[in-house]
Ligand binder design. Structure first.
Ligand code: TYD
Length: 135
Protein backbone atom coordinates (compact mmCIF):
# COMPACT_ATOMS: atom_id res chain seq x y z
CA UNK A 1 0.00 0.00 0.00
CA UNK A 2 1.15 3.52 -0.72
CA UNK A 3 0.99 6.73 1.26
CA UNK A 4 -1.51 9.18 -0.17
CA UNK A 5 -2.94 12.61 0.46
CA UNK A 6 -6.58 12.50 1.59
CA UNK A 7 -8.77 15.52 0.89
CA UNK A 8 -10.80 16.09 4.02
CA UNK A 9 -14.25 17.66 4.00
CA UNK A 10 -14.16 21.45 4.25
CA UNK A 11 -17.12 23.57 5.21
CA UNK A 12 -16.27 27.09 4.11
CA UNK A 13 -18.01 29.70 6.17
CA UNK A 14 -17.59 33.45 6.63
CA UNK A 15 -17.34 32.63 10.36
CA UNK A 16 -14.36 30.37 9.73
CA UNK A 17 -13.86 27.02 8.02
CA UNK A 18 -14.49 23.57 9.49
CA UNK A 19 -13.05 20.17 8.60
CA UNK A 20 -13.47 16.79 10.26
CA UNK A 21 -12.38 13.16 10.26
CA UNK A 22 -14.45 10.12 11.19
CA UNK A 23 -12.92 6.67 11.57
CA UNK A 24 -13.65 4.27 8.69
CA UNK A 25 -15.06 7.19 6.66
CA UNK A 26 -12.33 9.60 5.59
CA UNK A 27 -9.68 7.16 6.89
CA UNK A 28 -9.58 3.35 6.61
CA UNK A 29 -8.88 2.62 10.29
CA UNK A 30 -10.22 2.95 13.82
CA UNK A 31 -8.60 5.80 15.75
CA UNK A 32 -6.95 4.34 18.87
CA UNK A 33 -4.71 7.31 19.67
CA UNK A 34 -4.11 10.94 18.79
CA UNK A 35 -0.93 12.87 19.37
CA UNK A 36 0.49 16.14 18.13
CA UNK A 37 3.91 17.59 17.53
CA UNK A 38 4.50 21.29 18.14
CA UNK A 39 7.17 23.83 19.14
CA UNK A 40 9.61 22.13 16.78
CA UNK A 41 12.83 24.16 16.63
CA UNK A 42 13.98 25.09 13.10
CA UNK A 43 15.90 22.33 11.33
CA UNK A 44 14.73 19.51 13.62
CA UNK A 45 13.57 16.18 12.25
CA UNK A 46 10.90 13.92 13.82
CA UNK A 47 9.98 10.36 13.06
CA UNK A 48 12.81 8.63 11.24
CA UNK A 49 11.51 5.11 11.83
CA UNK A 50 8.89 2.66 10.60
CA UNK A 51 5.90 1.00 12.24
CA UNK A 52 5.14 -2.68 11.78
CA UNK A 53 1.39 -2.30 12.43
CA UNK A 54 0.50 1.33 12.96
CA UNK A 55 -1.38 3.16 10.23
CA UNK A 56 -1.75 6.89 10.58
CA UNK A 57 -3.13 10.10 9.22
CA UNK A 58 -0.99 13.20 9.58
CA UNK A 59 -2.52 16.68 9.28
CA UNK A 60 -0.77 20.05 9.32
CA UNK A 61 -3.33 21.81 11.51
CA UNK A 62 -1.15 24.90 11.38
CA UNK A 63 1.93 25.90 9.39
CA UNK A 64 3.72 23.45 7.14
CA UNK A 65 6.17 20.54 7.11
CA UNK A 66 7.33 17.76 4.82
CA UNK A 67 6.98 14.02 5.29
CA UNK A 68 9.41 11.72 3.51
CA UNK A 69 7.92 8.26 3.04
CA UNK A 70 10.18 5.39 2.00
CA UNK A 71 9.12 1.84 1.09
CA UNK A 72 12.71 0.58 1.03
CA UNK A 73 13.04 1.26 -2.68
CA UNK A 74 11.41 4.60 -3.46
CA UNK A 75 11.28 7.75 -1.33
CA UNK A 76 8.47 10.24 -1.79
CA UNK A 77 8.19 13.66 -0.16
CA UNK A 78 4.78 15.07 0.66
CA UNK A 79 4.38 18.70 1.72
CA UNK A 80 1.51 19.43 4.07
CA UNK A 81 0.33 23.01 4.52
CA UNK A 82 -3.48 22.86 4.51
CA UNK A 83 -5.75 22.02 7.44
CA UNK A 84 -8.08 20.11 5.10
CA UNK A 85 -5.42 17.68 3.76
CA UNK A 86 -4.08 14.64 5.55
CA UNK A 87 -1.34 12.21 4.60
CA UNK A 88 -2.43 8.61 5.05
CA UNK A 89 0.59 6.45 5.88
CA UNK A 90 -0.09 2.69 5.82
CA UNK A 91 1.87 0.31 8.03
CA UNK A 92 5.36 -0.81 7.10
CA UNK A 93 6.80 2.40 5.65
CA UNK A 94 9.80 4.36 6.87
CA UNK A 95 8.80 7.96 7.48
CA UNK A 96 10.44 11.14 8.58
CA UNK A 97 8.97 14.60 9.25
CA UNK A 98 11.08 17.66 8.50
CA UNK A 99 11.14 21.33 7.38
CA UNK A 100 8.72 22.37 10.10
CA UNK A 101 7.69 26.01 9.77
CA UNK A 102 7.60 28.24 12.85
CA UNK A 103 4.50 27.51 14.94
CA UNK A 104 3.56 24.45 12.89
CA UNK A 105 1.27 21.91 14.48
CA UNK A 106 1.24 18.29 13.28
CA UNK A 107 -1.76 16.20 14.31
CA UNK A 108 -1.33 12.42 14.06
CA UNK A 109 -4.25 9.99 14.23
CA UNK A 110 -3.01 6.49 14.87
CA UNK A 111 -4.62 3.08 14.43
CA UNK A 112 -2.84 1.67 17.52
CA UNK A 113 -2.13 2.50 21.11
CA UNK A 114 1.47 3.50 21.82
CA UNK A 115 3.61 0.39 21.61
CA UNK A 116 7.36 0.68 21.49
CA UNK A 117 7.62 -2.86 20.06
CA UNK A 118 5.85 -1.66 16.93
CA UNK A 119 8.74 0.67 16.06
CA UNK A 120 11.58 -0.25 13.70
CA UNK A 121 14.36 2.23 14.49
CA UNK A 122 17.21 0.74 12.46
CA UNK A 123 17.05 1.26 8.71
CA UNK A 124 18.69 -2.09 7.89
CA UNK A 125 16.13 -3.89 10.02
CA UNK A 126 13.43 -2.05 8.11
CA UNK A 127 14.88 -3.30 4.81
CA UNK A 128 14.91 -6.85 6.19
CA UNK A 129 11.29 -6.43 7.31
CA UNK A 130 10.32 -5.23 3.81
CA UNK A 131 12.08 -8.07 2.05
CA UNK A 132 10.28 -10.61 4.28
CA UNK A 133 7.02 -8.99 3.13
CA UNK A 134 7.83 -9.55 -0.51
CA UNK A 135 8.49 -13.29 -0.21
P1 TYD B 1 8.67 9.12 19.20
O1 TYD B 1 7.56 8.39 18.53
O2 TYD B 1 9.98 8.41 19.34
O3 TYD B 1 8.89 10.52 18.45
P2 TYD B 1 9.56 10.82 17.04
O4 TYD B 1 9.63 9.52 16.32
O5 TYD B 1 8.68 11.81 16.37
O6 TYD B 1 10.90 11.36 17.29
O7 TYD B 1 8.17 9.59 20.61
C1 TYD B 1 8.92 10.44 21.44
C2 TYD B 1 8.67 10.07 22.90
O8 TYD B 1 7.31 10.21 23.24
C3 TYD B 1 9.05 8.63 23.21
O9 TYD B 1 9.88 8.63 24.36
C4 TYD B 1 7.75 7.93 23.53
C5 TYD B 1 6.79 9.03 23.82
N1 TYD B 1 5.47 8.75 23.22
C6 TYD B 1 4.45 8.25 24.02
O10 TYD B 1 4.64 7.98 25.22
N2 TYD B 1 3.22 8.03 23.48
C7 TYD B 1 2.97 8.31 22.17
O11 TYD B 1 1.82 8.10 21.71
C8 TYD B 1 4.03 8.80 21.33
C9 TYD B 1 3.81 9.08 19.88
C10 TYD B 1 5.25 9.01 21.91
Amino acid sequence: MEAKIIDLPKFEDPRGNLSFIEEFKQIPFKIERTYWIYDVPGGQVRGGHAFREQQELIVALSGSFDIVVDDGKVKKTFSLNRSYNGLYVPAGLWRQMQNFSTNSLALVLSSTHYNQDDYIYVYNEFLKFRSKDEK
